[in-house]
Design a protein around this ligand. Sequence first.
Ligand code: 5BU
Length: 259
Amino acid sequence: MWSGRWSNCANPLAHRLMEVSVRKQSLVCLAADLNSVDELVGLIDEVGPHIAALKTHVDMVDDFSPDSWSRVVNAAKENDLLLFEDRKFADIGKISQGQMAGIYDIRNWADIVTAHRISGPDIVDGIAAGWADVERIGGVLLLAQMSSRGNLLDLQYTVETIETGRGSPHVIGYIGNGSNANEIVELRRMVGEGQMIWTPGVNITTGDGDMGQRYGHPRDAVLAGSDIIIVGSGIHGSTDRIAAAKEYAAVSFQALLER
Ligand code: 5BU
């Protein structure tokens, strides 16, 4: 089903994701952008069977504590979801290693994190060292493109980012601009088959979102070469969240079958 991607992606987390996506028939990573642990756990329990991964912004949760957060981690585990903290690390390697610890202790529960390439290539080693400190292994998604308008990630930046990630055992793949199928096609051409592309900026209602966000259709994103669609408000902002999750799952999986 995943054809060349299955045989060419070396990272074991990528294989785990592909397996979960087939079992659940969904390429959806839920962007669970809610402000309390109760709300997060409630949402995960509702839509967990229809999503393949869970993306968090732990630093926007009002009632975060190490104890309360374990409820979110457990809910993710019960639903067979890899946990992805969209931290967007950007500092020098040594500081990124330290930021994997601290109050949020991301290294201990996140399987995947995002990082900017802006500070240099060593950020990847810094993040990997953070996981190594607690004897865990995780995957980095480097931001090769963004979905927001006016972002500064131009073509040369994208090329350098892929150069950093290519062949790295720690880089599972790249964030691509889900709002623009042409950009995803271009990114896939540069990345090849050996790493994943995850795309935010996806909504069944396409066009401009709030505060500079832009949306493309999930079907177009997958056909263009995206492996996982990151969907936030399209699901958590819907009046029927289960129906919405099912719809994004069906559209994305059908597009994979066609691809
Ligand atoms: P939305 O509600 O589907 O627009 O949420 C999008 C999510 O994806 C949100 O958590 C953002 O932090 C995240 N995101 C994004 O929108 N665009 C990007 O380029 C990156 C992340 Br990187």
